[in-house]
Design a protein around this ligand. Sequence first.
Ligand code: NAI
Length: 468
Amino acid sequence: MSYDVVVIGAGPGGYVCAIKAAQLGLKVGLVEKRATPGGTCINIGCIPSKALLHASEMFAEAGHSFAALGIDVGKPKLDLAKMLGHRQATVDANVKGLEFLIKKNKIDWLRGTGKVIGQGKLSVIGDDGTEKEIEAKNIVIATGSDVAGIPGVDVKFDEKVIVSSTGALALEKVPGTLVVVGGGVIGLELGSVWSRLGAKVTVVEYLDTILGGMDGEVAKQFQKLLAKQGLDFKLGAKVTGVAKSGKGAKVTFEPVKGGDAETLDADVVLVATGRRPYVDGLGLEAAGVTLDERGRVAVDDHFCTSIPGIYAIGDVIRGPMLAHKGEDEGAAVAEIIAGQAGHVNYDVIPSVVYTSPEVASVGKTEEELKKAGIAYKAGKFPFSANGRARAMQQTDGFVKVLADEATDRVLGVHIVGFGAGEMIHEAAVLMEFGGSSEDLARTCHAHPTMSEAVKEAALATFFKPIHM
Ligand code: NAI
């Protein structure tokens, strides 16, 4: 068998690369060891978690918010099995859609574990151990990432009591108590799912803030909103042990600044302390493909590894571990292989936490601008002053626009609020075109919309908002 391109890994990076390469007229093979395409994102990540986030939000709204709108539904009753069924149906529909796209684009589905042999050569090892050698002018490694665990701590995941994000998507009953290790994206998204369904959730986080790396003001406000929803936080706390104890588990942690260790008992512990690039069994060392100091596949600006004709994209290389970053890299590398000018603008990659309310951001945070010594202006507008937000009872949160003091060019936009993950894209498009806060403020925004808060925040950077 011989191909123009063989992609190893059918997650968002890999399948987008395969589809784009096929659209550009190349003969493409897609190697995947999982039975279904879609990678972590569709099978056990972004998609199933969004199904549970949505369902649990509806449950919470029915319980807390409907009455004020004049809708009396009584006390909602949870059918967890059915809710998990919705999660699986969502996954299945996405998998089916993707299988259709793979066929439609005449991509060869090569089921098995890919192993790189060297320039132009790889093998696919089937479930029965048989190895098939394949020739490919170009190989794209898109093997993604796996749960990292806690550095220096022996965590024995059983995916029932001590769970990663995979187990946290499939708990058979709502735990009475859930301890989440790690106040990052996974911990807060899945922690808030189970909190809404009735668990008492405590988040233990090493840093002094949740969502480290996000704009500090946004993270602080967001933590307050989550606390109001009933989540507890132990910040500046380093988890040193997670172990089963009776029917549940014990989490041991100590103050990062020094002091006595504490323990928390929980029915379930979710460990969400990051992910590591997945290169296991790929044979990269033998093939001469270099890894960087953090175990990621080292690539140049054109996604080329140390071996010509072997590329890598997505979670397995540098940059944020985000599905959409991998997708854009997948499309770009396909274009590069086809002789076009594929490119990803890393300055404009939106990032969204799909909680309720959502948190979304694009570009630089205030902390980053200060550190870089860039003079900037900040404009803010709260949803409490937005008519549509009032009508929808979604007045929590605000929009913050950061613009260069000298040029007015927008450098970052940060939103905490209902629908933030959708609203952020007008900022991303503006920034892609190098727009100013005045451009944003002078763009007519439909009334009444939550997006008017973005316009008002932009106005606040160089003059005054109208509705405040
Ligand atoms: P993360 O890197 O976002 O957060 C991990 C947190 O664990 C950090 O805040 C870290 O300080 C903390 N931590 C590490 N060791 C600790 C210890 N010993 N004790 C206490 N806290 C400790 O990683 P997370 O949430 O596991 O997500 C993994 C990746 O998946 C991330 O790159 C994330 O961006 C991505 N992801 C993105 C989503 C989205 O965009 N909506 C959704 C889910 C995951």
